[in-house]
Design a protein around this ligand. Structure first.
Ligand code: MN
Length: 720
C-alpha cells in the first residue's frame, strides 16, 4: 500500500517523509498537505537561484530537513518549506492562510519579520535588536525554530558569499542566534552556530587551529580511544551499560579558552571531551564515582546539573579529570533522555502520541512549560491538538529591561523597580530612593515590563524599609535587604537581650548571679557576651532555659517566679494620656516614635524597663513576636473621651517642581491642621519629605493624606 502511494511523489520528497517517519509514525495522514506545500514552494520560487547556481528550492528543502532533525511537527515542516514565500514572491499572507492554514501563515510571517530586523554591531543597538526579535516571536516558539533551521542552512552554505556578507551574517549568528539557542537549550544548533561564525569571522585563526589539530590528530585520536577503553573496562566490571563518545572540542571553544587563559595551542590540554550516556540517574552517579576513583578530578570544574537542572532544562554531570600524561579531559555523564533534551532543547519537549501522531503531550520537566500546560488544561477552549493551540510566550518567566546605557537586565516577571536596583548593584538597591521608568518618575514597587528603560535614583540618607520585603520579587533583593536588617538589628537585639536578662534575674532576686552567669557564655555556646544577649534578645534562648541549665541551686524559686510580669495580673483600669490599660495602675505611658499611633489606630502596649508602657500601632514592625517578649505585650484601648492632640508622621515622595512644598503646606493649613515640623530633601528630580502634623485622630490624618494626594506631582504619601 505504502509503496503504491509513494510512487505519486518524487524521490526527494519521499526521503523527507522517511525522515519524519523516524520520529512521527502518525505522519501518513499529513502527507498530502506536506506535498502541497512542497509543490507550492517549488513552483513559487521556480525562477530563483542561489549564488551557487542551485535552485532556490534547495534551501527550503534543507531547512525542512533540519526541522526533521529537531523532530518538529507537520505544521512547522510546512512553514519551513514556505518560510521565504512572503519575502521572495508575490504571494500574500492571506493566500498562504487560505491555501494551508492560519498557523502556517502566522509562522511564515513571523520568520519574515525576524529577517527584517537589521542587526547592527553597535552595543546599544545590539541589545535593542535582540529585544525586538524576542518580542516579535514571543507568541509562537515554532517561529524561532524555523528561523534557526533557515539560518543554519545559510551558515552551512556561506562560503559562496562575498566576504562582507559573510561577516555580517556570522556576527549576527554569533551574537544573537547562538545565545538564543543556548537559552532554549538547543546545544547542538548553538555549537554549530558558534563554530561556523568563528570560521567566517576569524578565518586565519580558524585555519591555524585546524592545522594544529590536524598535525596532532593521530596522537589525539589514539589518546581518546585509549581513555575510552579504560573507562569501558571499568564500567563493564561494574555491570553498567553505557554509550561512550569521545571527541575533540569545537575549535571555537578551544579558541575561547586560549584567549581567556592567554596560552599557546600546545599548552591547551583542555581539548578532549568524553560523553557517557547511561540508562538511569543512579548509574550517572555510579559512573561518576568510578571515574573519580580512577582519575583525579579538578574540584572547581565539577558541576552537577542533574541535581540542579538549568532553567532551559539541561541536565548532565560535568567533571574534568586529569587523564594520562597530565591532560585534562572533560567528562559529561547523563542519561540517554537527558542527552536527547540537551541536543534539541525545547524541541525535545514535544512528544508524539504513537496512535495518532498528534503532539499533545509536553514533557513537563521545564517549569515554565508546566505553568503553560496548567493554563491550557484549565481552559476548556484549548483543543486536543495541543501544538496547534500552543502559543508559547517564550519569555513568560522573564522580562528584559534596560539600563540608561542600554545594558540588558533580565528579571523575573512582576519584578519591580527596586528589584532592578538590586540587580544593578547591592549598594544601588540599599540606597534607592526612587526610579524613572521610560523617563517618568515612579515608585519603587512599580512593576516593570519588557522593554522598559529604568533609571535608579539613590540617596545617601535612605535606609531600607521592611516594607520593601513585601513587594520585591527577586531572591537577590530579598536576601540583600534581609542581610542589611540582620546586620543593623544586631545592636538592637543585644540591648534588648541585656535588658530582659537583667530584669528577669532581679525579679527573681538573683542579681548576684548576673555576672557569674555571663562569665559562662562560652560554656553556653556563645563566643561573646553580646552573642548571648543577642540570642536572648531575639528569642532564640529564654532566660528560663539558661537558669535551668546553668543555675541548678535556684531551681525551685525560679519555677514560679519566672513570669516577670504577673504583677499585672490584677485588673486595674487606668487612664493615662488617652489610653486605657487593663491591669495596670499608675503607669507611665508614652507613644512609640516608630509608628506614632493616633486615636483610631489599633494599638498594643509594650512594657519597657524604666519607661513604663510604650504604645505601638498593632501593625508596627517593632512589636516583638518572640515568645520571651510576648509576655510583655499588654492589651490597651483608646479612651473614648480624649481631648488630646497627637503627632502624625507623614512621608512624602514627590516631583521636584517649583512651588511643590508650598502647595503641600497650603493644603494642610487649609484643613485647619497645624504642622509641627516639615523637612524636605531634594534628590535630583525628586523630593523626599517628612512632615509631622498635629491631628485629633486617624480620620483626620486620612483626610489630610487624601487631599495631599490630589496635588499634581505627588508620587507617594504614607504614614510612617
Ligand atoms: Mn531562508
Amino acid at each position: 500500500m505504502i509503496s503504491k502511494e509513494k510512487s505519486k511523489y518524487s524521490k526527494k520528497f519521499n526521503s523527507l517523509i522517511d525522515k519524519i517517519r523516524e520520529y512521527n509514525s502518525g505522519v501518513e495522514k499529513d502527507i498530502p498537505l506536506i506535498w502541497k506545500t512542497y509543490i507550492f514552494a517549488k513552483k513559487g520560487h521556480a525562477n530563483q537561484f542561489r549564488l551557487s547556481g542551485e535552485p532556490y528550492f534547495e534551501h527550503l528543502y534543507q531547512t525542512a530537513i533540519i526541522l526533521t532533525e529537531l523532530s518538529m511537527d507537520t505544521t512547522t515542516i510546512c512553514a519551513g518549506l514556505l518560510h521565504d514565500i512572503l519575502e521572495d514572491t508575490d504571494y500574500s499572507k492571506k493566500t498562504i492562510a487560505s491555501e494551508f492554514s492560519d498557523t502556517i501563515a502566522d509562522i511564515v510571517e513571523g520568520v519574515t519579520k525576524i529577517s527584517d530586523i537589521k542587526f547592527n554591531s553597535q552595543e546599544d543597538k545590539q541589545a535593542n535588536n535582540f529585544r525586538k526579535m524576542l518580542l516579535s516571536v514571543a507568541n509562537d516558539i515554532r517561529v524561532i525554530i524555523v528561523k534557526f533551521a533557515d539560518r543554519l542552512n545559510n551558515m552551512r552554505t556561506l562560503d559562496i558569499m562575498i566576504k562582507s556578507k559573510q561577516e555580517r551574517i556570522s556576527l549576527e549568528t554569533r551574537d544573537i542566534y547562538a545565545p538564543l539557542a543556548h537559552r532554549l537549550g538547543m546545544y547542538k544548533i548553538k555549537s554549530e552556530f558558534e563554530e561556523l561564525s568563528f570560521k567566517f569571522l576569524e578565518p586565519e585563526r580558524y585555519k591555524f587551529l585546524q592545522q594544529h589539530l590536524h598535525k596532532n590528530k593521530k596522537y589525539i585520536d589514539k589518546y581518546i580511544i585509549e581513555f575510552q577503553k579504560t573507562i569501558e573496562n571499568s564500567l563493564k566490571k561494574s555491570n553498567i551499560n553505557a554509550t561512550i563518545i569521545g571527541r575533540i572540542k569545537n575549535l571555537s571553544s578551544i579558541n575561547k579558552k586560549m584567549n581567556k587563559q592567554n596560552i599557546d595551542f600546545d599548552k591547551i590540554y583542555d581539548i578532549l571531551a568524553i560523553r557517557i550516556m547511561v540508562d538511569s540517574v543512579t548509574n550517572c552517579y555510579a559512573v561518576l564515582g568510578i571515574i573519580h576513583q580512577q582519575f583525579k578530578p579538578i574540584a572547581e570544574r565539577f558541576k552537577d546539573f542533574i541535581a540542579t537542572q538549568k532553567t532551559n532544562g539541561y541536565q548532565s554531570v560535568h567533571t574534568t579529570v586529569i587523564g594520562p600524561e597530565g591532560k585534562n579531559v572533560e567528562v559529561q555523564i547523563r542519561t540517554h533522555e537527558m542527552n536527547r533534551i540537551a541536543e534539541t532543547g525545547i524541541a525535545a519537549h514535544w512528544k508524539y502520541k504513537e496512535s495518532d501522531g498528534n503532539i499533545n503531550e509536553i514533557d513537563n520537566k521545564i517549569l515554565w512549560l508546566r505553568e503553560l500546560i496548567d493554563i491550557l488544561k484549565t481552559d476548556p477552549n484549548s483543543s486536543n491538538d495541543f501544538m496547534e493551540t500552543l502559543k508559547i510566550d517564550l519569555f513568560k518567566e522573564e522580562i528584559f529591561v534596560f539600563t540608561p546605557k542600554g545594558d540588558l537586565i533580565t528579571l523575573p516577571q512582576k519584578a519591580t523597580a527596586l528589584d532592578f536596583a538590586f540587580a544593578v548593584h547591592t549598594e544601588v538597591g540599599l540606597s534607592c530612593i526612587g526610579s524613572k521608568v521610560n523617563s517618568k518618575i515612579v515608585t519603587l514597587n512599580t512593576m516593570l515590563s519588557s522593554g522598559d528603560k529604568v533609571e535608579i535614583l539613590t540617596s545617601k540618607n535612605i535606609k531600607p524599609s521592611y516594607n520593601w520585603l513585601k513587594f520585591v520579587k527577586t531572591n537577590r533583593a530579598k536576601s540583600r535587604i534581609k542581610r542589611w536588617f540582620q546586620k543593623n538589628e544586631f545592636d538592637e537585639s543585644v540591648a534588648l537581650g541585656k535588658e530582659i536578662f537583667e530584669k528577669n534575674l532581679r525579679k527573681l532576686k538573683m542579681a548576684d548571679k548576673i555576672k557569674p552567669l555571663l562569665a559562662r557564655h562560652e560554656e553556653m555556646g556563645f563566643q561573646t557576651q553580646s552573642l548571648l544577649y543577642q540570642a536572648i534578645g531575639n528569642g532564640k534562648i529564654t532566660v528560663k532555659e539558661l537558669l535551668d541549665n546553668y543555675c541548678d541551686e535556684e531551681k525551685e524559686i525560679k519555677e514560679d517566679g519566672i513570669k516577670p510580669f504577673n504583677v499585672f495580673s490584677r485588673i486595674f483600669r487606668s487612664t493615662s494620656n488617652g489610653v486605657t490599660i487593663q491591669g495596670v495602675d499608675n503607669v507611665m505611658v508614652n507613644f512609640a516614635k516608630c509608628c506614632s499611633p493616633i486615636p483610631g489606630d489599633d494599638i498594643v502596649g509594650y512594657i519597657t524597663r524604666g519607661k513604663g508602657i510604650t504604645i505601638h500601632r498593632s501593625d508596627c514592625k517593632n512589636i516583638p513576636t518572640k515568645e520571651e517578649e510576648v509576655d510583655r505585650l499588654i492589651d490597651v484601648n483608646w479612651d473614648k473621651n480624649i481631648d488630646y492632640t497627637f503627632y502624625s508622621h507623614l512621608n512624602i515622595l514627590c516631583e521636584n517642581r517649583n512651588g511643590m512644598v508650598s502647595d503641600i503646606s497650603n493644603v494642610i493649613q487649609n484643613m485647619k491642621t497645624s504642622i509641627a515640623s516639615i523637612n524636605m530633601k531634594t534628590e535630583g528630580p525628586i523630593v523626599q519629605g517628612n512632615i509631622i502634623i498635629i491631628v485629633d485622630n486617624l480620620k483626620h490624618t486620612k483626610n489630610v493624606i487624601k487631599n495631599i494626594k490630589k496635588i499634581n506631582g505627588i508620587i507617594k504619601i504614607n504614614r510612617i
